[in-house]
Design a binder for this molecule. Structure first.
Ligand SMILES: [Fe+2]
Ligand SMILES: [Fe+2]
Length: 260
């Protein structure tokens, strides 16, 4: 089974670029399951039912999120209702949405789990014991587990890779919007990358218009940020998952979304 995992889709340029690029990616790589991080899909911050629908229409099966998930209040009811959009499991228990979901693809039950790092990000519980509890709970419910670890620092991400090595198919880092060069299958059989990257404009600063980001850095004054829209690229990884629920390979997909 082949899983395509797409890094944070940023704003309408990211959504439109993904929709343009997906037919070619699908033809070339033939994924059985497509997962995308959608935490920046609505105006660069957050997610709404409409932006989630656009990602589904582009061919995404499951959407993960992260620290921007609760930006749009009108999405809370949708997060509670949808079993295809998840948020970090180690947020407050009563918060909208769920932390994992199980989908059936190619006759296999695949769990997708979302966790947030605790370094420089706010969480209710440490992601490490949370991961243990979720993996234990899913052992009878899923044949393979894919984890989106939405975290800021590479040390915590690499630690999570080792923590779950041999117990899940993949630990895939998101949140920094910059793809890292460390994709590999760990010795126990877990595919790992510190960060998948983003699907959005490469002409800006991690998704923001570069002149605004530069003004903010130069002046240290408040600046209104808009989503950058030129030179959109798709950053993703492909993970081949064996019948035993562990990974055979992980390969980066870093491709320009052709212009409209
Ligand atoms: Fe993000
Ligand atoms: Fe984030």
């Amino acid at each position: 089974m082949r899983v395509l995992f797409i890094g944070d889709v940023v704003g309408s340029p990211g959504r439109a670029g993904l929709a343009r690029a997906m037919p070619g990616i699908r033809e070339r790589h033939g994924p059985d399951l497509v997962i995308a991080n959608g935490e920046n899909s609505a105006g660069g911050l957050g997610i709404t039912e409409k932006t989630a629908r656009e990602l589904f229409d582009a061919g995404v099966d499951v959407i993960t999120t992260g620290n921007h998930v609760y930006r749009h209040r009108d999405a809370y009811e949708f997060l509670d209702r949808s079993d295809r959009v998840i948020r970090p499991a180690n947020y407050m228990t009563g918060n909208p949405g769920r932390g994992s979901t199980v989908v059936t693809v190619a006759d296999r039950r695949v769990a997708v789990v979302n966790l947030s790092g605790s370094v420089q990000l706010r969480v209710a519980r440490s992601p490490f014991p949370e991961a243990d509890a979720i993996v234990d709970r899913l052992s009878g419910e899923a044949d393979a587990v894919i984890v989106d670890f939405h975290a800021e620092v590479t040390s915590e991400k690499i630690a999570m890779g080792w923590h779950l090595d041999g117990r899940v198919a993949a630990v895939l880092g998101t949140h920094t919007h910059v793809p890292t060069a460390d994709a590999r299958v760990l010795p126990g059989g877990t595919a790992f990358i510190s960060d998948v990257g983003m699907t959005g404009s490469r002409a800006g600063v991690i998704g923001v218009r570069r002149e605004q980001a530069l003004e903010s850095f130069r002046t240290q004054m408040p600046v209104k940020f808009d989503t950058a829209d030129e030179d959109v690229w798709v950053n993703a990884v492909l993970v081949d998952v064996r019948d035993d629920g562990l990974a055979d390979s992980i390969e980066q997909v870093l491709v320009p979304a052709q212009q409209p």
